[in-house]
Design a protein around this ligand. Structure first.
Ligand SMILES: NC(=O)c1ccc[n+]([C@@H]2O[C@H](COP(=O)([O-])OP(=O)(O)OC[C@H]3O[C@@H](n4cnc5c(N)ncnc54)[C@H](O)[C@@H]3O)[C@@H](O)[C@H]2O)c1
Length: 329
């Protein structure tokens, strides 16, 4: 089976693609390489924008996975217009040409951000969505555009992911557990911006597993699926990261609890993914911290702007050269 992964050179793709190759899939990546190239050499490379792809380009593929776009709120707010183009129009265009090219399935990287601010109820995929911020709105627009393309010959699976954390060869330290880990190691302090806010947390290993389940799901399966390893308050995440580091590294970490308002608050049910995709998460905050400790020697230059999407994106927008795109790992 041949797969095309748009945005596959990013944080999630750099963990997912080695696993897909290991399972015998042929994988090509189309990417703008904003964060460099940390992919195995067996992955085929198309260094271009999704909008430059044609129907002919997509004909060789059985499935297409969309992992591209501006992948967090700070990037989306820095450039709302680019956010709506890359997060909403790009998946719509990709889905449109993939279907004409007779690709059998599109898997779309959605986000639990679409739920916005909810009042401490467990949300399944039938619950109303309600974001009023550029990132959440655009992720929903992308999802709606591709989901309505479903027909018996074209499956669409949309994975609404909680915040991913853990180690990737394309590292990010701007994701909740990874950020707490960074400041704990660097400053011996974890800052909790609002301890009562709920967040679904997804280990990067569980995220990759979910994409594999989606690739391997029966052709008749389409739909929207929440994904999380677990739902936690941010206060609990802070405690769990602190305890896991203290136990494993025999050190003391301080907690700094603040009460800053947040516009995202949600916890999600993952029952549908379990029942339909056979997705059973194995990760937890503790397993994420252990995974970070195991790989720490590869990313302990804590303030490297490459680990912060918004810092790298600002440099790109200002025309500053950020890395050598061909430097494959
Ligand atoms: N990381 C998370 O916690 C999380 C949570 C929920 C959803 N998501 C979604 O999952 C996807 C992957 O997230 P990530 O953390 O791996 O992102 P990332 O920012 O690390 O990677 C995105 C990649 O897409 C590429 N890209 C962007 N626009 C492109 C375009 N028009 N054409 C070609 N390539 C393009 C970039 O160069 C980059 O390599 C994103 O769509 C994101 O919105 C991520």
């Amino acid at each position: 089976m041949k797969l095309l992964i748009a945005g596959g050179a990013g944080y999630l793709g750099s963990v997912l693609i080695p696993k897909l190759l290991e399972r015998g899939y042929k994988v090509d990546v189309v990417d703008l390489f904003w964060f460099g190239n940390h992919l195995p050499r067996q992955a085929g490379i198309l260094n271009k924008d999704i909008f430059q792809l044609t129907v002919e380009d997509l004909e060789p593929y059985d499935q297409v996975i969309f992992l591209a776009g501006l992948s967090n709120d700070p990037m989306a707010e820095y450039s709302p217009s680019k956010n709506f183009i890359f997060n909403a129009a790009a998946p719509a265009y990709l889905g449109y040409i993939a279907k004409i090219a007779k690709v059998k399935r599109l898997i779309y990287a959605s986000s639990c951000s679409v739920y916005g601010y909810t009042e401490n109820e467990l949300y399944d995929e039938t619950r109303p969505v309600g974001s009023s911020y550029p990132y959440g709105i655009s992720k929903l627009q992308g999802e709606q555009a591709v989901i309505q393309l479903v027909d018996p010959n074209f499956s669409v699976i949309s994975l609404r992911k909680g915040t991913i954390s853990g180690y990737s060869p394309r590292m990010r330290l701007d994701l909740i557990v990874n950020t707490m880990f960074k400041t704990a190691m660097k400053d011996r302090t974890i800052t909790v911006n609002n301890p009562s806010i709920w967040r679904p947390i997804l280990s990067i290993e569980d995220a990759a597993t979910a994409y594999i389940r989606a690739v391997e799901a029966n052709q008749s399966i389409s739909g929207i699926f929440n994904l999380a390893s677990g739902n936690y308050t941010v206060g609990e995440v802070g405690d769990l990261v602190k305890n896991a580091i203290e136990e494993r590294l025999d050190t003391r970490i301080n907690l700094c609890i603040k009460h800053i308002d947040d516009f995202r608050n949600y916890k999600v049910s993952t029952e549908k993914a379990a029942n339909v995709l056979s997705f059973h998460p194995a990760g937890s905050v503790r397993s994420i911290v252990n995974n970070l400790i195991d790989n720490m020697d590869k990313f302990h230059d804590w303030d490297n702007p490459a680990y912060s999407n918004i810092q790298t994106f600002r440099q790109i927008e200002n025309g500053i050269e950020v890395h050598d795109m061909v430097g494959a790992a």
